[in-house]
Design a protein around this ligand. Structure first.
Ligand code: ADP
Length: 565
């Protein structure tokens, strides 16, 4: 496209019709001023390059124009043309790079104005497909001492030569172009850096936010929170309102040492880092909130300095150690329970057997029998506890052996009831069973399912008043899944809803039951769960404190015995 004929170039720049094409010097200067203004109106480098080359064509009435932009090493890294069609451009290929006139032009320091390109000694010919060009005007583009690129113009309108006036105007235009180029390049560089920084920031925010530890950054001088990740917000119990990253931290908690004494605000690791530039590591701080929440934590804090060595901010990493403390507590409780539960029966056994051995031992056969029975029961209690401990470690090592066979829940239930009724604990409760013989048999480990029932039965008795009723019922699941559900219901103390999902964890005992004179290891239900799950079944509980609990377990019923006998 011949730019001097157009009113709007490829780039959409409107030609000032009144002045474009005029030979009057004042008009051409006015045109130069207008075009110079326009080439700085964009910031995108590609648009700016197009605007420059189109404006240069318009200024000099050149039919063809090209702009070569150099990188930091003087190598052409952008070549924008004007007046050359897309296909033509593809045929020509990249910018000239050889040793001929067009190849060496990029390094020429002065403008080059030729009436006939072909007549120049350095001309080595156009590459195949290149449009024929005769008149030529080339000019370097300098920004200060730095060479930014070259402007090439060819084929002035009407077969005329480029004049010295054209050359001067192009030199003036090149100075303006240099500013526009540098400006857009800086803008592009800055945009790239900004994008990179934003990406980095987003990445860092994602990492910080997903961190398992709480991270808080506060700013000097007043300790306003500038960053708090999700975990920190959870622990600290405050939120930064959206769009406001400078909300002042609210001191909603009392901060305590492990011995319970409160920290002064100035003594807290984050404040010490901010006010005194101190680094703290592994400081135990308990967050004690007015609403009853209590979170034990370990805090590390460090100051952040500016170049002059002043503390500008402080950062704290807060780790919630509640879970760790709970494990420690359970471990300690378990050890004291095991020692207590083993020592109790042991001293009874020892006491009774010693008195039997003494000369003044039991006076009659009935007393002797009573002693022996008690010894037997106490030994049973001990062996049950040791058995539970062994089973738990087998379950954890995945080494619990199962020996499934076709059996009927009615038999398992009857045996479990007989066992509990014979024991001392079962004597005072009424046990009612409803396990119809019409139910299908199950394919299960007879002894292990028996243990589950015995355990649930013994719990029902242990956690309900003397003389109350315990009901065992088995039925086919109403949802046609073929499952058989067994439930053990009592009218006992019940379980608070917030603890219901924990009682199947090993060593867990309901808070209100601990130390109430009801011995227990917190292992029974964990073992039941492991046994039922290894039979592909489910175990769960429904309960109401003060009213009673119902434990359920389900199993797949065997429809027929084919293949199992
Ligand atoms: P434990 O040896 O302590 O009874 P379990 O694992 O059998 O251990 O039970 C865990 C805890 O669940 C018990 O300590 C008790 O607090 C609670 N629990 C179990 N069964 C019942 C029940 N039938 N009624 C009320 N609480 C129960």
């Amino acid at each position: 496209m011949a730019c001097q004929k157009s009113t709007a170039g490829d780039n959409g720049i409107e030609s000032p019709q009144s002045k474009s094409g005029s030979d009057r010097f004042e008009d051409r200067l006015a045109l130069l001023a207008g075009l110079s203004g326009r080439i700085i109106s964009n910031l995108d480098p590609d648009r700016v390059y197009q605007d420059i080359v189109a404006a240069a064509c318009e200024l000099t009435l050149a039919h063809y124009g090209a702009l070569a932009i150099f990188d930091d090493f003087g190598v052409i890294d952008n070549f924008t043309t004007h007046g050359i069609g897309k296909e033509e451009k593809e045929r020509i290929g990249g910018p000239p790079t050889g040793r001929g006139l067009l190849g060496v032009l990029p390094t020429a320091e002065k403008p080059l104005r030729l009436a006939d390109l072909r007549a120049h000694a350095g001309f080595t010919g156009f590459p195949p497909g290149h449009p024929e060009m005769k008149t030529f005007l080339g000019a370097p583009i300098y920004h200060g001492d730095e060479r930014l690129g070259n402007l090439y113009l060819a084929e002035k309108a009407g077969g005329r030569e480029f004049t010295s006036e054209d050359e001067n105007l192009v030199i003036m235009f090149a100075a303006q172009a240099a500013m526009a180029i540098r400006h857009s390049q800086l803008y592009a560089r800055e945009s790239t850096l900004r994008e990179q920084a934003e990406m980095e920031h987003a990445r860092l925010t994602a990492i910080i936010d997903s961190s398992a530890a709480g991270i808080v950054v506060v700013e000097a001088p007043d300790g306003r929170v500038v960053l708090a990740n999700q975990e920190a917000k959870r622990i600290l119990g405050f939120g930064l309102s959206s769009g406001d990253d400078r909300e002042t931290y609210e001191y909603a908690a009392v901060y305590r040492r492990p011995d319970g004494s409160p920290y002064g605000v100035d003594e807290l690791p984050l404040q010490r880092a901010l006010r005194h530039g101190e680094t703290s590591q592994g400081v135990e701080v308990i967050f004690d909130f007015a609403d009853g929440r209590r979170i034990p934590t370990v805090v590390n804090a460090s100051p952040v300095y500016d170049e002059s060595g002043y503390v500008t901010a402080a950062i704290a990493v807060i780790g919630d150690i509640s879970a760790l403390q709970e494990v420690e507590r359970l471990k300690a409780e378990f050890l004291s329970m095991v020692t207590h539960d083993l020592r109790g029966p042991l001293s009874t056994i020892k006491g009774l057997s010693s008195s039997m051995l003494m000369d003044s031992g039991p006076v009659d056969d009935e007393t002797t029998l009573e002693y022996v029975r008690t010894i037997d029961e106490e030994a049973d209690r001990m062996s049950e506890l040791v058995g539970n401990l062994l089973d738990m470690s087998r379950i954890e090592a995945d080494a619990m052996s199962m020996d499934p066979e076709l059996c009927h829940l009615a038999d398992i239930t009857a045996e479990a009831v007989r066992r509990i009724e014979r024991s001392r604990e079962g004597g005072n409760h009424k046990i009612v069973t409803d396990v119809p013989l019409t139910l299908p048999e199950i394919f299960a480990d007879y002894d292990q399912i028996g243990r589950v029932l015995s355990n649930l039965l013994s719990n029902a008795i242990k956690y309900s008043p003397q003389g109350s009723e315990v009901r065992i019922t088995s039925y086919q699941s109403p949802d046609n899944s073929g499952e058989i559900v067994t439930k053990v219901a009592d009218d006992g103390v019940g379980i608070p809803s917030e603890e219901m999902d924990k009682i199947f964890d090993k060593f867990y005992r309901v808070t209100s039951q601990r130390g109430r004179g009801r011995p227990g290891s917190g292992l029974g239900l964990a073992i039941c769960k492991a046994i039922i799950e290894s039979h592909d079944g489910k175990i769960w509980v429904e309960s109401e404190p003060g009213k009673g609990s119902t434990f359920y377990f389900s199993q797949t019923g065997a429809v027929a015995s084919v293949g199992y006998d």
